[in-house]
Design a protein around this ligand. Structure first.
Ligand SMILES: Cc1ncc(COP(=O)(O)O)c(C=O)c1O
Length: 375
């Protein structure tokens, strides 16, 4: 059996190395390294894949969040609703722009923001909501869209972990790709993401031409014409090398996601009967593309002991996330309410290895070891 990794970007590269090497060399030989035709080509293919009118690439997912917020002309002190159980970028961008994060608790079964809590947190200063489609499963966008319409809120979907996952968006059974339902969607091409490049990368999606034009300016120093600046912007561009890698990998994304789903099914089948843990649940309104496969341990199980036991058996694990954002030093002072579910989940959650390069014997080995624990 091969060594088990939490993510295995090297094996994925090795599988496709001859094609990827050629693409990368072609870019190097072209002399065009920033923006240019390779980046445009990738933006077009992603826009076709997502059926999103506008796709604007940028340097990373964190910048994409900042650019999205900057494009909405919000004022300092305006409030933005964010889940407390997410990667830090979501909240970081809000705070860096002088906006105020208002933390939402999560659903204990899906780990996604509790949409029932949203209305109770809206004030006259609330201007936007950032649903995070965490671990590869989408938030209840039907509810979020209807609340946003009622209170005239902007929706910025954080699809950093959910690229390729679809969700229901109205009462019909039609689904759309995550990131394409709100006013703006963002994603990240961080190497371990479902669609990852060999460095940093990100993108924004919108169906609105005016917003797309603004985002395009903001990501490129605020310039429309070279050296003529319309607004204060950022230097946030996708490298041509990363775009070439992403153009190669995008047609493989669905198959990567299917492999993740297959592994999750194998885990579910073997682990769901264990009384001392809960496997992740899936909801009807969304696909799950298992950016992470995260289980919840019963409170009598010592997580560190369990983690050490797996590690001694060559099985890496991760804690996504050990502390909710409202309990972290830079963000504590924004908190006005109790967020007990996220706190409880942070204590008991643990993520198992999942990636498209995993082999059947590795998954079965992990399940064997977990089944033998606490017997
Ligand atoms: C939910 C979420 N939002 C935003 C980001 C930020 O992306 P990046 O690391 O590309 O800045 C990440 C990182 O993967 C993330 O997981």
């Amino acid at each position: 059996m091969k060594k088990i990794h939490m993510v295995d970007v090297v094996s994925q590269y090795e599988r496709y190395s001859s094609q990827i090497n050629k693409k990368v060399l072609d870019v190097i030989k072209s002399g065009c390294y920033i923006k240019g035709s390779e980046v445009e080509k990738f933006e077009k293919s992603l826009s076709t894949y997502l059926n999103s009118k506008h796709v604007i690439s940028c340097a990373n997912g964190t910048d994409a969040l900042s650019i999205a917020l900057m494009s909405l002309n919000l004022n300092a002190g305006d409030e933005v609703l964010v889940p407390t159980f997410t990667f830090v970028s979501t909240v970081e961008a809000v705070c860096l722009l002088g906006l105020k994060p208002v933390f939402l608790d999560i659903n204990p079964k899906t780990f996604l923001l509790d949409h029932k809590m949203v209305e109770t947190k809206i004030s006259h200063k609330t201007k936007a909501i950032i649903p995070v489609h965490l671990f590869g499963q989408c938030c209840d966008m039907q509810s979020i869209i209807s609340i946003a319409k009622k209170f005239q809120l902007f929706i910025i979907e954080d699809a950093a972990q959910s690229l390729g996952s679809k969700c229901l968006y109205n009462s019909t059974l039609n689904k759309k790709f995550s990131g394409t339902l709100g006013h703006i969607g963002i994603t990240s091409f961080y190497p371990s993401n479902n669609l990852g490049c060999f460095g940093d990368g990100g993108a924004l999606f919108t169906q609105n031409k005016e917003l797309a034009d603004k985002i395009y300016l903001l990501a490129n120093h605020g310039q429309k014409e070279r050296y003529i600046y319309d607004t204060i912007g950022l230097n946030s561009r996708l490298d041509a090398l990363q775009a070439a890698v992403l153009s190669f990998k995008l047609p493989l994304l669905d198959s990567f996601n299917k492999l993740r789903q297959k592994i999750a099914q194998q885990y579910n089948t073997r682990l769901k009967s264990l009384s001392w843990l809960t496997v992740p649940i899936t909801i009807n309104s969304s696909d799950h593309i298992y950016h992470q496969y995260s289980i919840i341990l019963d409170s009598q199980i010592n997580r560190l002991d369990f983690q050490n036991y797996l590690s001694e058996n060559g099985i890496p694990t991760m804690i996504y996330y050990p502390k909710p954002l409202h309990k972290q030093r830079p963000y504590m002072h924004f908190v006005t309410n109790q967020l007990p579910i996220a706190e409880m989940i942070c204590e008991n959650i643990i993520s198992l290895p999942i990636h498209p390069e995993m082999e059947n014997d590795q998954v079965q080995f992990i399940c064997d070891k977990i089944q033998k624990y606490n017997n």
